[in-house]
Ligand binder design. Structure first.
Ligand SMILES: NC(=O)c1ccc[n+]([C@@H]2O[C@H](COP(=O)([O-])OP(=O)(O)OC[C@H]3O[C@@H](n4cnc5c(N)ncnc54)[C@H](O)[C@@H]3O)[C@@H](O)[C@H]2O)c1
Length: 316
């Protein structure tokens, strides 16, 4: 029985990880899920009055770890923690703050999927929502691609952050209207708390890549039917959870049995290119799955152990 489980803080995670390494381990984890080396369970949510507890977890047998992310929702705010187990010893490996891991993995998955399924040389990025996730999305994508322009939409957005982003990205970045942001954008990201569509899909350029990261409940959506109707490919993380939670799919009036839905394990299981041959709009809808948290938590733990041998001594 382990009596001293190491605790890893958000600050330690932030020092140990970056978007690129997180994207790499996410690709490895989804490829492993496709090959049967990992398994994931659907998020469980328990509501009592206006309070909620959610859990999501995975076994990554190929890497010898299993874990669960657990978080309450209080007044709309999340507080994430992760418990990771070492399957070789069958002992707890670490308890981690999960806020930084969630921030990093949610932005990194967009960058990963956009790099494989989005336009080859995206010039304009549009981001809806400039809260925690929206800012992370803009920072991850601008670090990955060389944009010429970043358009931001958020009625509560901070212009000072837009200026900082412009310096980081090396291109203009400014708040604008929804229509001005979407028109001409190669990549459009929605990371708001809105439960209703945040732009008109008729404004999208042919060939645009749209990533919806916000609400993960079947009663709400950030993308409208026009966007979904126009999409030549709709990429989901993992069908069982996405079909239950993605309002974009559940509420889509025009959805048919022939809807072009595909999930990441299906894409990783195939040798076919992720970009469809015919030009068209690609949608990526993310709800977040436990395997992403477990994979990134393991990466964080392994890096922090390398840097802090004293902590390693406390580990099983
Ligand atoms: N897909 C995932 O894995 C994942 C992970 C974590 C969080 N999320 C979701 O991401 C969303 C954002 O989370 P957050 O922590 O950044 O929230 P946040 O409260 O920090 O930021 C949300 C921002 O969206 C803005 N906003 C609201 N409506 C808007 C609209 N119509 N157009 C433009 N901006 C609008 C708000 O002003 C706010 O600044 C939430 O819905 C959350 O559940 C998803």
């Amino acid at each position: 029985m382990n009596t001293s489980i190491p605790f890893i803080s958000d600050r330690q995670v932030a020092q140990a990880l970056d978007f690129a390494s997180v994207a790499t381990v996410l690709g490895e984890a989804f490829a492993s899920l496709a090959a049967g080396g990992a398994a994931v369970h659907q998020r469980q949510r328990t509501d009592c009055r206006d309070l909620r507890l959610s859990t999501m977890g995975a076994v990554w047998a190929e890497r010898g770890v299993a874990g669960v992310k657990v978080y309450p929702t209080v007044r709309g705010q999340f507080s994430f923690s992760i418990l990771l187990f070492d399957l070789a010893t069958n002992q707890p490996l670490a308890v981690l703050d999960g806020n930084e891991i969630t921030r990093l993995r949610t932005a990194a998955i967009t960058a990963l999927v956009a790099s494989k399924a989005g336009p080859l040389r995206p010039r304009k990025l549009a981001v809806f929502g400039a809260g925690l996730q929206g800012r992370a999305q803009a920072e991850a994508l601008s670090g990955w691609f060389g944009f010429e322009e970043i358009a931001l939409v958020d009625p509560a957005g901070d212009p000072a952050w837009a200026q900082t982003l412009a310096v980081q990205a090396g291109c203009p970045a400014a708040f604008t209207t929804p229509e001005a942001a979407v028109r001409g954008a190669d990549i459009v990201v929605t990371a708001t708390r809105s439960a209703t569509p945040v732009f008109d899909g008729a404004w999208l350029s042919p060939g645009a890549f749209v990533a919806a990261m916000g609400i993960s409940a079947p009663k709400g959506r950030e993308l409208d039917d026009t966007t979904m109707d126009r999409a030549g490919r709709i990429i989901l993380e993992w069908l069982p959870q996405s079909l239950a939670e993605a309002g974009e799919v559940v509420l889509w009036q025009g959805r048919t049995a022939a809807a072009p839905l595909v999930d990441l394990p299906q894409l990783y299981a195939s040798d076919a290119p992720w970009r469809p041959e015919a030009p068209g709009i690609t949608v990526f809808k993310s709800v977040g799955i436990g395997l992403a948290d477990v994979a990134v938590a393991q990466l964080a733990v392994s890096r922090i152990l390398q840097r802090a041998p004293a902590l390693a001594g406390a580990l099983p």
